[in-house]
Design a protein around this ligand. Structure first.
Ligand code: ADP
Length: 395
């Protein structure tokens, strides 16, 4: 069984073809960027030796999908029918979670939450409609990012607001990055040879979240009703006092759109540092003594440390911490700063292992009571497994 996993962004299409019958072997990875521009970039690397990176005009997602199919047919598949389904890491839908065939009802439910996932839902919905036209016979299966967090108890997912309003408008903590947290928890269990363990996973990418996981199940997570909370993100603010918004409306006469822009695009790493939304640039400025860059990194790490403390309490102890995502995998500075104040929990890292960490590595010192891992996440394999399970159970 071959499953194609596609990840759609507003200007990108990333894909991976996985042979589920051959030890879940990845047959290719591809990335089409700057969709909608004259100077798009298409890179592809497959097991048959086709490797390229080229620039070309990519008018829209339909064109990107056609390009991808043309390349897959150059050696990986003869006929489209060889692809059992296409799996998508879809983000959010009103009243829907878990794994679903992406029919019009599901797309409508996604559209109902466009306003709370504005960067993610609209491009996905539009691209999925194009997939339906171009490959009408291939089932399109979506794994919602919220799915893994459905095991949270009411005390973790309820907000302390009027219950009638929560119920009427489906307001609760949903949590995101489910496939990544699930993959990381599975990997740690595999490495430790145990299933009944307490883990805190830190997915630190452009968008970031932590998850408290007990015996393989999410019990709490930092993202909530939307992706606009928890620790700061590259451009989004994370947790803030909601009254800042009303105060700015009254005092600074800012409009709703201006505030949305401020919180979605001009906040987080970028807004605090005024350097960049990329931690690499901020680290360089911090080493030069830029105080805003230093404050941004300090705040980023301090908030992760606080959540680790809180989740250790929620879990009633902790066996392992995992760092993943672009920042978690690559920034030894962030890992060191996050963990340096947690010795009271029995967490000790080996500085040399931390400095030189490559994925997948254990970076704790031998006298640490808690294992600390750096693991490259693999959301695609989780999406493919879930799509396969869905197909087999809906035959
Ligand atoms: P996304 O969430 O978009 O998938 P990634 O998980 O790839 O993003 O993370 C991207 C972010 O990782 C970059 O914006 C940058 O802040 C950070 N990053 C990547 N490499 C490094 C590095 N060597 N050092 C520090 N931060 C890094």
């Amino acid at each position: 069984m071959k499953i194609l996993v596609c990840n759609v962004g507003s200007t990108s299409l990333k894909y991976q073809l996985i042979d589920m019958d051959d030890n879940e072997k990845s047959l290719c990875v591809g990335k089409i960027e700057r969709v909608g521009s004259q100077n798009g970039i298409y890179s592809h690397n497959d097991v048959k030796g086709l490797i390229f990176k080229k620039e070309l005009a990519i008018s829209d997602h339909s064109f990107a999908i056609e390009l991808m199919i043309e390349i897959l047919k150059k050696g990986l598949i003869q006929e489209l029918e060889e692809i059992s389904c296409i799996g998508f890491k879809v983000v959010h839908a009103k009243g829907i979670s878990g794994v679903k065939q992406l029919d019009e009802d599901v797309l409508d439910s996604m559209a109902a939450f466009n306003c709370i996932a504005p960067a993610h839902n609209p491009p996905y919905i539009s691209a999925i409609r194009q997939f339906k036209k171009i490959v009408p016979k291939i089932p399109l299966i979506g794994s919602f990012e919220t799915g893994f967090h459905q095991t949270m108890e009411p005390k973790a997912y309820l907000y302390p607001i009027d219950k009638d309003i929560s119920e009427k408008y489906s307001i609760r903590r949903y949590g995101f990055h489910g496939a990544s947290h699930e993959y990381l928890a599975n990997k740690v269990s595999e490495y430790m040879g145990k299933e009944n363990i307490k883990i805190i996973t830190c997915h630190l990418g452009g968008s970031a979240s932590l998850c408290a996981i007990k015996n393989g199940k999410s019990i709490d997570t930092t993202l909530g009703f939307s992706l606009q909370c928890g620790i700061m993100h590259n451009n989004r603010c994370g947790d803030i006092d909601p009254y800042i918004i009303f105060y700015l409306m009254d005092e600074a006469k800012m409009s709703e759109d201006e505030i949305k822009l401020m919180l979605n695009k001009n906040a987080g790493l970028y807004g605090m540092s005024h350097v960049s939304n990329d931690l690499r640039d901020i680290e360089i400025e911090a080493y030069k003594g830029n105080i805003d860059a230093i404050n941004t990194i300090d705040k980023y790490c301090y908030d992760i440390t606080k959540y680790i403390g809180a989740y250790s309490a929620a879990l009633g102890g902790i066996d392992a911490i995992v760092f993943s995502g672009g920042i978690g995998e690559n920034s030894s500075l962030v890992r060191q700063k996050v963990l340096s104040n947690l010795e009271f929990l029995g967490i000790k890292i080996n500085n040399e292992l931390n400095e030189n960490a490559k994925c997948d590595t254990k970076i704790n010192s031998i006298d640490s009571k808690v294992a600390v891992y750096v693991i490259a996440t693999n959301e695609e394999i989780i999406i493919a497994r879930k799509a396969k399970e869905y197909l087999l159970s809906h035959k």
